[in-house]
Design a protein around this ligand. Sequence first.
Ligand code: ASP
Ligand code: MG
Length: 467
Amino acid sequence: MKLVLKFGGTSVSSTQNIRNVANLIRKLTKEHKIIPVFSAISGVTDDLIRITNLIQNRNKEAANSLAKKIIKIHTDIANQCVKNPKIKKDLVNKMKTDLDELQDLLHGMLLLGEVTSRSSDYLISFGERLSINLVAFALNEMGVKAVPLTGKDAGIVTDSNFGGAKPLMDTTRLHVSHTIENLLQKKIMPVIGGFSGADQHGNITTFGRGGSDYTATIIASSIKADEVWLMSDVDGLMTTDPKIVKNAKLIKEVSYIEAMEMALFGAKYIHPRALEPLVTKKIPLRIRNTFNVNNPGTLVTANPQTDTQKLVKCVSTIRHTGLIDVRGGSMVGAPGTAATIFSILAKEGINIMMISQSPSESSISIIVKKNDLDKAVNSLEMNLLGKIIKKVDVTVDVSIIALIGSGMRGIAGVASKVFTAVAKKGVNVIMIAQGSSELNLAFVVKDSDCNAAVQALHDEFELGKTS
Ligand code: ASP
Ligand code: MG
């Protein structure tokens, strides 16, 4: 099979882990054609983003010392992960070239004291650019011919929406398939850096946090891979958080749409757009554990074969959120009220996680992250209190509980089952939302009630039973 394997940051975060991952890849090449995609070493992207903030605050010293830390992490591993003197020399040289460019860029940005979305993407793309060198040369030492390629080198062409770029798939397919097939024919493995590509002018762009998943599926779609495996440090998608429910089970199979819903919650975050490139080509995706390769993980396909009869496949939670309830008689029948409220929050950069409005139109409930709560309430009060809204009520420490599963679609009685099970535990439901896709039924409870409700629902829908 032609497999695209994406590895997360932990698999490159030490010499030992790099050797392990290179060894795993080497073994797999006996049976398959492997195209691996890598994230940056854990924490490096965070540090690079921190550097952009420090530059903006003109904190030159702190920016430089953080850059030094990144340089040290990579040069230390580069000095250890390869023994063969010739290969080691090549790796150290390659690292030096990339690190020099990083330092030049930093120097330039510090001189200007300015960070644009374009320069920021250029800077934060370095995490992956550096990590792939380590893996490619470790593979070379094991006898697997490999070259490091950034997204740009591989041929990923995107729009110029820095920080959240989208691939231009037709052009990308053309370039990527050409580059990669060429290498594969020469029996050279491309070791691809995730997270970034380049726009049509050659400027480096990034896909947003977790974007290496997206790189893997873009590549897979471009070369018509047989499967994509997202390798991380969890076994796969679970029926619920095993920290809350002891008999939480691994989910064997889900559809693309279910996976997209689940990925927003839960332990295994997947980039929200990562499944898109697979859908039209119907390429299956597996979520697997690098440290537990005997476990088959979760399979994501267009039409799952097992568990399809299940109403609900998982109970997910988002803990520690805040609820804002906006009320006012003049909201009734006034077009544009919701738009006004949402655009005020948008201007503050606040992400709305859940909304519900009663048909009387006299109140709108909004869930935001706890960290955003103060800012959200202040901006609503400053702009709207006494105008279209009379009152803003706040409840801190609430949790969203979401049931996900396409089996709920068109089935009567799911909601009654859900709320009866929760009521039996004496848990009060504060807010409810269900999209018309019927794939996701979400409601809000006090955070202190969350565990009891999740346990009750996991039992009610018998998710702990293996199928
Ligand atoms: N390194 C990037 C991030 O942390 C991309 C990724 O890991 O997928 O967001
Ligand atoms: Mg990451």
